[in-house]
Design a protein around this ligand. Structure first.
Ligand code: 13P
Length: 278
């Protein structure tokens, strides 16, 4: 089937009552692990990379790697720019073949956030979904934290969605990036945001959240949940354990295959937690 547009993934999920996982990749092991889990579950999914991670290989390489692995996969998958911060991020990822875009201007004030999001909407083909962020999600992605942290104000949601022309809204409702202790979503706030939003919602920071909350997000207008740290940790842990077990280990392919398996297990378990009905 190959890559489909972000809008196609959203529409398929909404019509089937599903929540799409959005899993961050940077390398072949992570990509293989994610794709195996997608094949095992059949749930439409986003594979994504942020500009901070695309620096390792570039958007072209990510596009080639992901689209090759998906060529024979019969499940809708979109390739998404996660946390695009500039219009150059948007243009570069679209030029490489990405089919879904996030413009994250949440570090700016409200008016600038609207303006940058609108410009990103104009750059992005209409069939490609645009995700924008209102409020600012805390925690750290890799070594980078947000410029500020703020929960999403339900009173701003309707006008922001309308003005930006977005298809998905990323919200800050207690979720944080990375591993922080005792993270929980404020489900009452999420409900109030949902009631104000004409488009489905996105939850970032899927790694630290309790399974019991993840399994209820489909009832709150959430269509996409981002997960990165758990995949990265699965890979680093596999290599770390192999080294600790044998500091002279050099069977790279065997350890890499073990890492692919560990990533598949994490992704599959997350997709099943998000979609208790499958
Ligand atoms: P986690 O690393 O907490 O899973 O968050 C990932 C994310 O939200 C990527 O945008």
């Amino acid at each position: 089937m190959g890559l489909v547009s972000g809008l196609e993934v959203i529409e398929q999920c909404m019509s089937r009552g599903l929540v799409a996982g959005a899993f961050n990749t940077t390398n072949i092991e992570t990509t293989m692990g994610i794709v195996a889990a997608i094949e095992n579950t059949g749930v439409p999914t986003f594979i994504q990379v942020a500009p901070t991670n695309a620096v390792l290989s570039g958007y072209d390489y990510i596009y080639d790697m992901v689209s090759r692995r998906l060529a024979a996969v019969d499940v809708p998958v979109a390739l998404h720019l996660d946390h695009g911060r500039t219009l150059d991020d948007v243009s570069a990822s679209l030029a490489a073949g990405f089919t879904s875009i996030m413009m994250d201007a949440s570090g700016h004030d409200y008016d600038q956030n609207v303006s940058l999001s609108q410009q990103a909407r104009r750059l992005t083909p209409p069939r490609y979904a645009l995700e924008v962020e209102l409020g600012s999600i805390g925690g750290k992605e890799d070594d980078l934290g947000p410029e500020r942290e703020a929960t999403t104000d339900p009173a701003q949601v309707a006008a922001f969605v309308e003005a930006t022309g977005c298809q998905m809204l990323a919200v800050s409702v207690g979720n944080v990036h990375g591993y922080a202790p005792d993270v929980r979503i404020d489900m009452d706030l999420l409900r109030r945001v949902q009631e104000a939003s004409a488009v489905p919602l996105v939850i970032h920071g899927g790694s630290g959240l309790p399974a019991e909350q993840l399994g209820r997000l489909h009832e709150y207008g959430v269509v996409k949940v981002n997960v990165a740290s758990d995949l990265r940790n699965a890979m680093i842990r596999t290599f770390g354990e192999a080294y600790v077990a044998n500091p002279k280990e050099y069977a790279l392919i065997r350890v890499s295959r073990a890492a692919v398996g560990a990533i598949t297990d994490v992704v599959e378990s997350r997709i099943r937690t998000l979609n208790p009905g499958i």
